[in-house]
Ligand binder design. Structure first.
Ligand code: CAA
Length: 283
């Protein structure tokens, strides 16, 4: 499978990071989102993040300029029809993702591989809503995408070997490392990471420690680069809650019960860094 042109659905936190790393690795990227404003904001963020890499001498100014020239954008989903690989990186809600696939599929070439950057939703179920379950996979990047080395590759029940092998090679071309996960709720990273974050929120809820003492404990006591509450704010508390709900519903075990404090923060609209308020105040 010859993969050269990449379609990225969603110019937000994950989508713009994905467009960034593909363009830097030499792929042509077409990014789409519902509004031109979202696309412009995504493009501006890619430019700023590439500047960080230039200023730290990770890449040259010429490499930055070439990467930016490889990224184009359109608010029209149908224009992704001629791409070889589509990566859906929209909001972590199944109804939104399936609506996107249903709109997109009639425009795609038969050979296009379709993927989702979902952090937890069943790949088999998403694939079943398309015309190509054998060419459908979970393609899960970590945040911040330009910095994090891992990409999870998740096979749905119908995914064929050429599709898996093609994505495996793409990850190598990006200079990243893949880990293969079977299709069970939240796969590997979030099956382990999210219950830890949820437990940190319970630790706060039950008054065992303050925000600062919980984060300091994990940073200095377990060498984590960020404390779990800081990381929850970074990921987005709505995404954390959505993943805990997928684990709780999918595995039917009370050990995955979302902490009531997490639910309350999401209900308040305190979603972490993106709303400037979460466990920390970013105003
Ligand atoms: N683009 C490009 N470069 C970036 C960047 C971005 N968006 N964000 C950070 N960087 C670079 C910085 O320029 C810096 O580069 P150098 O090493 O060359 O100096 C480096 O990354 C470190 O950044 P900072 O100095 O600004 O800050 P830091 O040392 O505190 O590191 C961090 C920031 C990389 C985010 C670090 O705190 C970290 O690794 N945190 C944990 C992140 C994590 O766990 N991510 C996974 C979340 S889970 C997930 O994504 C899955 C899911 O489905 C929810």
């Amino acid at each position: 499978m010859d993969i050269q042109k990449i379609g990225v659905v969603g110019a937000g936190q994950m989508g713009n990071g994905i467009a960034h790393v593909f363009a830097l690795a030499g792929y042509e990227v077409l990014m789409t989102d519902i509004s031109q404003d979202a696309l412009d904001a995504g493009r501006a963020l890619i430019s700023r993040n590439l500047d960080r890499q230039v200023s730290r001498e990770k890449i040259s100014q010429e490499e930055k300029d070439a990467a930016m020239a490889r990224i184009s954008s359109t608010p029209k989903l149908a224009e992704l029809g001629q791409t070889d690989l589509v990566i859906e990186a929209a909001t972590e809600r199944e109804t939104i993702k399936t609506a996107i696939f249903e709109d997109l599929v009639p425009h795609l070439k038969p050979s296009t591989i379709l993927t989702s950057n979902t952090s937890s939703i069943s790949i088999t179920r998403l694939a079943s809503r398309t015309d190509r379950p054998e060419k459908f996979m979970g393609f899960h990047f970590m945040n911040p995408v330009p910095v994090m080395q891992l990409v999870e590759l998740i096979r749905g029940i119908a995914t064929d070997k050429p599709t898996f092998d093609a994505l495996h090679q793409v990850v190598e071309k990006l200079g990243k490392t893949s880990a293969t996960a079977e299709d069970f709720p939240a796969f590997i990273v979030n099956r382990i990471l999210m219950p830890m974050i949820n437990e940190a929120i319970y630790t706060l809820y039950e008054g065992v420690g303050s925000v600062k003492s919980i984060d300091t404990s994990l940073k200095l006591g377990a060498n984590h680069p960020m404390g779990p509450l800081e990381l929850a704010d970074f990921i987005g508390l709505d995404t954390c809650l959505a993943i805990m709900n997928v684990l709780h519903d999918g595995l039917a075990d009370t050990k995955y019960r979302p902490c009531p404090l997490l639910t309350k923060y999401v209900e308040a609209g305190w979603l972490g860094r993106k709303t400037r308020r979460g466990f920390y105040d970013y105003t």
